[in-house]
Design a protein around this ligand. Structure first.
Ligand SMILES: [Zn+2]
Length: 498
């Protein structure tokens, strides 16, 4: 047996001005062949689980591509086509017997709206009988093309995504059982017409906690896999919705019944899937009374959803509010990082920090913040994740420095990085447990690394700011989204469940 293992992941934010070219993938993950296997073996990533399964079955691994970029704008046409060519090459050559894929589910290229669906459609066209399984991110928007062309699909059940390796082991085993004649996976899928917000998808919170528990209950009752995908809101495509996918063993009616139960529960939860805005000043007043460290979230400028990580609005507000002993991660500003590296630790300087990027899609211009302070730390930005998300993966934030100003220590990076692991502070000379406040440009993923530092979620506060990952639908100009859809249209006007 020879088995194809490939990763092609990007969460595309069509409002983001950050270009998604080959360099964007090289900055986070672009590996091929033996080097790819070496880079991911032993990590908590789907590819590592697929490798383990292949080896347990005595199969040879063919790994043409493991690629992921931090979320950003539409994937450039040439990059998408190159990735498809690399992945499909061994399929075209007829040298593989099965495909184990780690895809995101919200990839949109300049010329292809459903990036994952189109890849798997092409694969199926070349090899009509090839067994194909797929893992998906919880933030998937799908046209269904992917489901029509694969044999078994599963999505992450956790957000932060700490179960990537686990779900790959589960669905990979289903595909091996099919290959060896022990299972006959059949899938059903459907979508509830909701643009849900990722801020409301944390699996420590309702309604996602109960929805993911319901998928586990369906699996306990016999589904080979059951999945609820919340979707990704910051993209302008027709196929938004909260997607349910069920995989039964040979019994299509059972798959459809489980799907319908899950979809009904999703639709029931629709109001809870929408973020309610809160007054940032009120949130800051509450934070001052919360136990240390209180965690503050600049969620509208979150790299992990396509943010530029250089919007200074919330940082300015926190400085003005006079909060002391604040650790902040991260501002991406290569020029400022370079300036700090040049003067070195301990030096004082005045910087025009952040505001490097204009965001025409939301009518926002880059506005740096002039700050005077001192360089607390300089590092090369390289470290390995020890926390539960992306465990074992190497991080590179480029030349990095900590700028201390007015009660705040700001981690300034040269490459985009969402602070989902406490390593972003500890590897830059800041002990997160000793801070009074931790201000993060993140939404939910920060919980992987920082909930252990502050387990009490009532001491975590969202601060509404500006940026292309805003949860304010009035700021995002949706033109292609299918209608009617909740909450852009009232629920009463939507014929669902039909
Ligand atoms: Zn995700």
């Amino acid at each position: 047996m020879r088995v194809l293992t490939a990763m092609m992941k990007h969460e595309t934010n069509s409002f983001s001005p950050v270009p998604t070219d080959m360099a964007r993938f090289e900055a986070w993950a672009l590996h091929r062949g033996a080097e790819a296997i070496a880079a991911y073996r032993g990590t908590n990533m789907p590819a590592a689980s697929y490798f383990d399964l292949a080896e347990a079955h005595g199969a040879e691994i063919v790994c043409p591509l493991l690629a992921e970029a931090m979320p950003s704008g539409l994937v450039h046409r040439d990059v998408y086509e190159q990735f498809c060519d690399w992945i499909l090459e061994p399929v075209r050559a007829g040298t593989v017997d099965a495909a184990f894929l780690d895809l995101h589910g919200a990839m949109t290229a300049e010329h292809v709206e459903d990036g994952e669906g189109e890849l798997v459609r092409r694969m199926r066209e070349i090899a009509p009988d090839l067994p194909i399984c797929v893992t998906l991110d919880m933030h998937t928007n799908t046209t269904g093309m992917l489901i029509d062309n694969a044999d078994a699909i599963i999505g992450y059940k956790t957000y932060p995504h700490v179960d990537m390796g686990d779900v790959a082991r589960q669905i990979g085993q289903v595909l091996w059982d099919r290959i060896e004649g022990r299972a006959d996976p059949v899938m059903a899928w459907g979508q509830a017409p909701i643009i849900a917000q990722t801020l409301r998808m944390g699996t420590a919170d309702e309604p996602m906690r109960a929805l993911q528990q319901a998928t586990r209950d369906e699996e306990a009752k016999g589904m080979l896999a059951a999945t609820v995908l919340g979707g990704f809101p910051q993209v302008d495509v027709p196929h938004h919705g909260v997607t349910v996918i069920t995989v039964a063993d040979g019994d299509r009616a059972a798959a459809e019944a489980a799907r319908d139960r899950l979809l009904a529960q999703v639709w029931e939860a629709r109001e809870e899937l929408i973020y309610r805005h809160r007054d940032p000043d009120a949130a800051l007043r509450q934070a001052k009374k919360a136990p240390a460290p209180a965690i503050l979230l600049d969620h509208a400028d979150n790299v992990g959803s396509g943010g530029t990580s250089d919007v200074m609005t919330v940082i300015e507000r926190v400085l003005e509010a006079g909060l002391e002993d604040v650790a902040m991660a991260t501002v991406c500003d290569p020029q400022a990082a370079r300036a700090m590296h040049e003067v070195g630790t301990g030096a004082e300087l005045t910087l025009d920090l952040g505001g490097c990027t204009d965001m025409p899609a939301i009518g926002l211009s880059g506005r740096p913040l002039r700050l005077t302070g001192r360089v607390a730390t300089v590092t090369d930005g390289r470290w390995t994740v020890r926390g539960p998300m992306y465990t074992g993966v190497a991080v590179d934030t480029g030349p990095t420095a900590v700028f201390e100003t007015g009660g705040m220590k700001i981690v300034v990076t040269s490459l985009h990085h969402e602070p989902w692991d406490a390593g972003i502070l500890s590897n830059n000379g800041i002990d997160p447990a000793r801070c009074r406040y931790i201000l993060l440009k993140s939404r939910i993923h920060y919980r992987a690394g920082f909930q252990p530092v502050q387990p009490d979620l009532s001491a975590h506060f969202t601060l509404d700011g500006e940026g292309v990952t805003t949860s304010d639908n009035a700021v995002l100009q949706y033109r292609k989204v299918r209608r009617p859809i909740y909450p852009l249209d009232p629920a009463q006007s939507i014929p669902f469940p039909s």
